[in-house]
Design a protein around this ligand. Structure first.
Ligand SMILES: NC(=O)c1ccc[n+]([C@@H]2O[C@H](COP(=O)([O-])OP(=O)(O)OC[C@H]3O[C@@H](n4cnc5c(N)ncnc54)[C@H](OP(=O)(O)O)[C@@H]3O)[C@@H](O)[C@H]2O)c1
Length: 337
């Protein structure tokens, strides 16, 4: 296996995150953006011109079939992920799909089963896990530097857009706080404590029936717990704290893409010993994840250890349960036109 082989990326959609991630793909060594697809040819062509991409398609299947595309990066709204990921996996193409992976646990489980059956690389784009400081957090916890983790608190949110037609408010596009911002605190708690034994949620819905805000309390056998918050109606600062029996880790806002963490060792008797860690951000912060995906694909691996498909299932199980408890029901997505 050529460890330097150039990887060709195909970007599906031309919205916000497609722009940010494509910019970061251009910073990545031994990778090139080979194609982009949009529902509208003119948008695909404008995006291709902006980023110097060779192929612009108005048909996602044409992008998937393009031999120059090794990895299909799915950047559509949540409800439109599932059908595209399925098509790519069936064609044997590696997939990096934006969070949240799908709108239901059932869809996630079907796609994971397909990826495993076909032996094709597939990952949810949970970029937080590749941030060097989150990698450091995991090391500190794994090395026992805060003792046993007893509690995690994490929050993310913002005041959502004024536009009532925006995807965040639209049930047909998988709108709502949990799938958009709640996935980050949930994936963070799951990373630290694994599959919870119990999920409690409280929140409020919009008139169109998506969750405007949600507070979650997850618990694990033995009493460890996570207090999580997601909102599209409050300017949530976005910090996180991990409390252990011998110390804590504080991640100032916004915790899902930190530039700084504070580790505090708290001996039973004695003074606190705070330690600051910082790290430069590469591009807009997606580069470490994109590099890991490219390397996994080069090496013929089907998953990244930082965000395995089993974690995507666990995270989606928590979100699914919370959405059901709140009474959110997504309609079946319309086919891409
Ligand atoms: N990782 C991160 O930091 C991050 C940040 C923001 C969002 N996201 C995730 O990325 C995904 C997209 O979010 P975004 O903020 O980029 O959304 P966005 O700006 O609305 O862009 C979504 C794009 O998807 C395409 N699309 C396909 N089917 C669509 C449909 N039925 N309705 C509307 N658009 C459709 C459109 O591109 P065409 O018109 O060209 O087809 C649209 O521009 C979501 O899963 C979101 O959670 C991740």
């Amino acid at each position: 296996m050529n460890s330097q082989r150039s990887i060709g990326w195909g970007v599906v959609a031309t919205g916000n995150i497609a722009h940010s991630v494509t910019g970061d793909l251009q910073l990545l060594e031994n990778s090139r953006v080979a194609a982009v697809s949009s529902r509208e040819r003119a948008r695909a062509e404008a995006f291709a011109k902006e980023f110097g991409i060779d192929q612009a398609y108005d048909d996602v299947d044409a992008l998937i079939d393009d031999d120059a595309v090794d990895v299909v990066y799915v950047a559509t709204p949540h409800a439109q992920h599932s059908a595209i990921v399925r098509s790519a996996l069936e064609a044997g193409k590696a997939v990096l799909c934006e969070k949240s992976f799908t709108t239901t646990l059932a869809d996630t489980e079907k796609l994971v089963a397909l990826a495993r059956e076909r032996g094709v690389f597939c990952m949810e784009a949970m970029w937080t896990r590749f941030n060097p400081l989150i990698v450091k957090v995991r090391e500190l916890v794994a090395d026992g530097r805060i003792g046993e983790v007893r509690s995690v608190s994490a929050e993310l949110g913002m005041i959502g857009p004024d536009d009532p037609h925006h995807r965040l408010w639209d049930p047909a596009l998988g709108g709502g706080a949990l799938l958009d911002v709640g996935v980050y605190p949930v994936a963070f708690a799951q990373m630290l404590l694994g599959t919870p034994a119990d999920v409690r949620v409280t929140g409020s819905l919009t008139a169109r029936g998506v969750d405007a805000e949600a507070g979650l309390m997850l618990s694990w056998p033995g009493g460890a717990r996570a207090h999580l918050e997601a909102s599209l109606v409050s300017p949530v600062p976005g910090g996180a704290v991990i409390l252990g029996t011998e110390g804590r880790i504080e991640i100032p806002p916004r915790f899902h893409s930190p530039a700084l963490i504070r580790y505090v060792h708290t001996p039973a008797r004695g003074v606190e010993e705070p330690e600051l860690h910082d790290a430069d951000r590469e591009g807009r912060g997606y580069v470490p994840m994109l590099r890991a995906v490219a390397q996994a694909v080069r090496e013929g691996r089907t998953e990244c250890a930082q965000m395995p498909l089993s974690d995507t299932i666990d995270v989606m199980r928590i979100l699914d349960e919370a959405l059901r408890s709140l009474g959110v029901q997504y309609p079946d997505p319309a086919p891409m036109s």
